[in-house]
Ligand binder design. Sequence first.
Ligand code: MG
Length: 176
Amino acid sequence: MRKIVFLDVDGVLNHQDWNQRQPKRPSGSYEEAFIRRIDPECVARLNLITDMTGSVIVFSSSWRQGKPWQESARLLRRTGMTGTMIDRTPLPDEHDTTVFAHYEGRPPEMFEPYPRGYEIQQWIDAQSFDAAPTIVILDDDDDMAHLIHRLVRTDPETAGLQLGHARRAIGMLNGS
Ligand SMILES: [Mg+2]
């Protein structure tokens, strides 16, 4: 069965403690700036999840906007990520609001925040899986709607993705 990790960045692969330790006026290329914003210890815990479960990664972070996800995948590999990123969730201009309407019983209102859970559901629905995939959502926010039970919520202030989160995600993906 397919195992998928939906990956957020801010608050998962970085956190306030990490951000505050970074130079205020960083120099260097945009690649270096990207890499500096990622805490390699959090990446190591993500690697633990993908290594121990054989799961693949779908990028659900707001970082998927503005540059192709393949570029983010390449830069994340430079931070030490060993897992395979296969895609990203739909962008705001790709929202299928029938997904929202199906679960909410009404269409979304203009300027209403669009729950990340529906972007994830839309992505799952668009695949042709034989069976429902086993998923885990790594995020510091909780706008996962009906998928909230698949969320491993991280702490954006102290340490982002911690070992306990990784253990929980591994258990959820391996069905234990
Ligand atoms: Mg976040």
